[in-house]
Design a protein around this ligand. Structure first.
Ligand SMILES: [Zn+2]
Ligand SMILES: [Zn+2]
Length: 352
């Protein structure tokens, strides 16, 4: 049994960061020891740093890397494999996961998920241990820093699937963060006829990335009403990646029979919204939520990154080293720097 030297970033609210020695044992049964190549920064990390971490904890959950050791019983991976991680995966064994007649065949509802979440090291570290269920192979043509987008793109893909975006649909994506930008690209790929992206004008780099990823136009909501471009035809599908507060307005805007799907955690009383149930009824509207946990899409999004190389190029705006994590978070919070940020990625030693 050997011990593997490791450094891992820990966070405590508000906005305290610390690099710790966090040595790791050899991988246990079913586990992989990964050298972290990249970990992308997620909006959730900002919430954690701001107020969700009362005690010191490791963090980072959009991870790619290279397998260095495998535990007993690992069949799908060997040392040297390039992988990306879902932050959790269905266990595959419980009554919910197992296919009929043994079970319900609903792995997306599994509550006994496999995950690497927890101490001593997560994505912002040199190495981590993960159950093999969370890992997928990364195609050779996808750089490992780009492969850190496998997990967030899975969230975008889930949203687009929950909204049932189809050929010919008119789509409105509200919120130009990385999840919204992924949704723009994936809605386009699903055959949407018109895709508009709404956001505030200060998110300049993100709005421009939206155009590059296939949006037909932008709605800068601080400059004109959200409804303005829809006088002739309302959107069939509205994908909300912003605060839930916008859901009532989205429902008011959707076409007859439309679907409003959202992923947007308020972490505050703003989560309570008031909706008009009569409007839902008489306009045949659906309101659906997407929560892509456990992750089911990592294998698909790893292949998507191969066929849509512009996704990685357009989404990653900033790269930084593990030692510079506090500066990256300062950049993400700075009024001057923020307009240039699309997505930041920590790039580790394991990157090629
Ligand atoms: Zn995330
Ligand atoms: Zn299960």
């Amino acid at each position: 049994m050997s011990v593997h030297a490791n450094r891992a970033a820990y966070v405590r609210s508000p906005w305290q960061f610390e690099l710790r020695e966090a040595p790791l044992p050899d991988p246990g049964p079913g586990q992989l020891l990964l050298e972290v190549a990249a970990c992308a920064v997620c909006g959730t990390d900002f919430h954690v740093a701001d107020r969700q971490a009362p005690d010191w904890q490791p963090f980072g959950h959009e991870v790619s890397g290279v397998v260095r050791r495998v535990g007993e019983g690992v069949t799908r991976f060997v040392p040297g494999d390039r992988v990306a991680l879902d932050s959790s995966a269905p266990c595959g064994r419980c009554e919910v996961c197992l296919p009929p007649p043994q079970g319900r065949g609903r792995p997306e509802l599994c509550r006994s998920v496999a995950t690497y979440w927890g101490s001593p090291a997560m994505g912002y570290s040199e190495r981590l241990l993960t159950p093999q269920e969370c890992a997928v192979h990364v195609p050779d043509s996808v750089p490992l820093d780009v492969a850190s987008l496998v997990e967030p793109l899975g969230v975008s893909l889930d949203l687009v699937q929950v909204a049932e975006v189809r050929h010919g649909d008119h789509v409105l994506v509200i919120g130009p963060g990385p999840l919204g930008l992924g949704a723009v690209a994936l809605a386009r790929r699903a055959g949407a006829e018109r895709v508009l992206l709404a956001g505030r004008s200060h998110s300049a780099a993100r709005l421009q990335a939206g155009l590059a990823l296939g949006a037909d136009g932008l709605i800068e909501v601080d400059r004109r009403p959200l409804a303005e471009p829809f006088a002739a035809r309302r959107p069939d599908k509205i994908l909300v990646t912003a605060s839930p507060g916008v859901i009532p307005e989205a429902l008011g805007l959707a076409a007859y029979g439309g679907i409003v799907a959202y992923i947007g955690v308020a972490w505050s009383p703003d989560a309570i919204v008031e909706i008009d149930a009569d409007q839902l009824h008489f306009s045949k509207l659906s309101l659906r939520s997407s929560m892509a946990s456990p992750g089911l899409h990592a294998a698909s999004t790893a292949r998507l990154l191969e066929t849509l190389p512009e996704l990685g190029e357009r989404l990653i705006s900033h790269r930084f080293a593990l030692d510079d994590l506090p500066q990256a978070f300062a950049t993400g919070r700075s009024a001057e720097a923020k307009p240039q940020v699309v997505k930041m990625v920590m790039v580790g030693e394991g990157a090629e």
